[in-house]
Design a protein around this ligand. Structure first.
Ligand SMILES: Cc1cc2nc3c(=O)[nH]c(=O)nc-3n(C[C@H](O)[C@H](O)[C@H](O)COP(=O)(O)O)c2cc1C
Length: 157
């Protein structure tokens, strides 16, 4: 992965955001490789590999047998991985995985994400992202912050 990113780095001056998979072992190590190879940011997590079987037909529910699991079920795993990566690298993190509302987004920010991304929620509620932005603005006001940046990685242990 490192040499691939190095080649992309040599080919462009555009920002490189490397998307990391939760299925590849130690995600924080991969984040470090991405940083050392010249990524400007990392983005995580991608979907987790899942398998569902129909008991009646005994066949996998997906034609491809396995498929990517996204949405609220993966959020605690994603938040944990963002926190692990935050402790390992200095480049910014785009956090995602099961963000459905602004509290979910703030969770990722507290774990160390500088930005968040919303995927599955768009299929359930097309205006989810707009509501999430409004909710983050409300949180900033209610907590008398100047900017949401003040709480990046701000989880209190
Ligand atoms: C229908 C669908 C298509 C996706 N396609 C891609 C893709 O092409 N490339 C990629 O890196 N991630 C892809 N993802 C993963 C999402 O970008 C995201 O990492 C993951 O779904 C977790 O976020 P979420 O729970 O908010 O959806 C896809 C997810 C879904 C649900």
């Amino acid at each position: 992965m490192g040499s691939l990113i190095e080649q992309v780095r040599a080919a462009t001056r555009l920002p490189i955001i490397t998307k990391l998979s939760p299925n590849a072992g130690n995600i924080a190590e991969f984040a470090r490789v991405a940083e050392n190879a010249g990524s400007d940011a990392v983005s995580l997590i991608n979907t987790l590999l899942g398998l569902a079987i129909n008991p009646q037909t005994r066949r996998p529910r997906l034609a491809n047998i396995t498929g990517g699991l996204s949405g609220p079920a993966i959020r605690p795993i994603a938040v944990r991985m963002v926190w692990e990566v935050f402790r390992k690298v200095k480049i910014p993190i785009v956090g995602m995985g099961g963000i459905m509302d602004s509290d979910n987004a703030i969770e990722f920010i507290l774990a160390g994400a500088t930005a968040v991304a919303v995927g599955t929620a768009n299929f359930v509620q097309p205006d989810a992202s707009v509501k999430i932005v409004d909710g983050i603005e409300r949180y900033v006001e209610e907590n008398e912050l100047h900017s949401i940046r003040e709480i990046v990685g701000g989880m209190i242990i």
